[in-house]
Design a protein around this ligand. Structure first.
Ligand SMILES: Nc1nc2c(ncn2[C@@H]2O[C@H](COP(=O)(O)OP(=O)(O)OP(=O)(O)O)[C@@H](O)[C@H]2O)c(=O)[nH]1
Ligand SMILES: [Mg+2]
Length: 245
């Protein structure tokens, strides 16, 4: 006679667990709200939360990715016209009005129609941000796989290399994957992995919502790995009381 299954014989279902985690991560991302906008680094507010920046060439799909990940159509400005994002825009994340992380939408680079001086000024602002922003915990580089990683992307990778070596998280999202066939997607993925020197690379399509869960999980796990201490509140910078078991 076969025994009925015992509770402790229930096999864990990794797929279901991942789905649950992804749902939780997307719910968390949906809490995103506009925090502030700044033209340069010294105008950004100091805060204690991990910040994750979306970088990439103009028109790569940074703002659209932020809107798709947060499931808010008009949070970040997205447009067919390259150069739409012209400031550093910060968005706060966290449930119940509490902040536990910040997303940064950065203006894209490589847009030919931008005057030379503006380009230089902007590249300086971005390099400053990527090198000096203290609580920068992760960088998501958006790259259109039809063009591949370009010279400016490579320069940016060099700029953040020391921080990545110190442990900063880094992800390349190959955007607009819907414009590639399956086999071209696979090729683009292998090439970008080589170029990223072993860094993480994922396919992403805002249009088809491809890679959405992967990206959401990556962001969530990054933030969870950075929250060992409760963040100080605005009212008091005193350390929190010791937890008793
Ligand atoms: N087919 C397709 N189009 C996309 C996707 N993501 C973005 N786009 C389109 O690409 C264009 C640029 O998108 P944005 O999100 O504004 O790009 P950005 O990187 O923020 O651009 P800048 O702000 O200029 O740096 C828009 O017309 C989007 O609709 C995608 O996954 N698939
Ligand atoms: Mg933008």
């Amino acid at each position: 006679m076969t025994q009925p299954p015992q509770p402790d014989s229930v096999q864990p279902n990794p797929e279901k667990a991942r789905e649950d985690r992804a749902r939780e991560a997307l719910g968390w991302l949906h809490t995103a709200r506009f925090l502030t906008t700044a033209a340069q680094l010294n105008q950004l507010p100091d805060h204690a939360y991990p910040e994750i920046a979306f970088v990439g060439r103009s028109n790569a799909g940074k703002s659209t990715a932020i809107n798709t990940l947060t499931q808010q159509n008009q949070l970040a400005y997205a447009s067919k016209r390259p150069g739409r994002t012209q400031h550093i825009n910060l968005f706060a994340l966290g449930r119940q009005g509490q902040t536990d992380a910040v997303l940064t939408d950065l203006p894209g680079y490589g847009y030919a129609a931008v005057p030379k001086d503006d380009k230089r000024r902007w590249q300086q602002v971005m390099a400053n941000y990527l090198v000096h922003r203290e609580n920068l915990a992760g960088v998501v580089m958006m790259c259109d796989p039809r063009h591949g990683l370009k010279e400016l992307d490579e320069i940016l990778l060099e700029v953040i290399r020391p921080r990545v070596e110190e442990g900063m998280d880094f992800l390349i999202l190959l955007t607009k994957a819907d414009k590639l066939t399956r086999s071209d997607q696979a090729k683009a993925l292998s090439i970008a992995k080589l170029q990223a020197g072993g860094g993480e690379v994922k396919l992403f399509s805002a249009l088809k919502r491809q890679g959405l869960e992967d990206a959401a999980l990556w962001l969530r796990e990054l933030v969870e790995s950075h929250v060992p201490h409760p963040a100080p509140t605005d009212e008091s910078s005193e350390p929190p009381p010791e937890q008793t078991p």
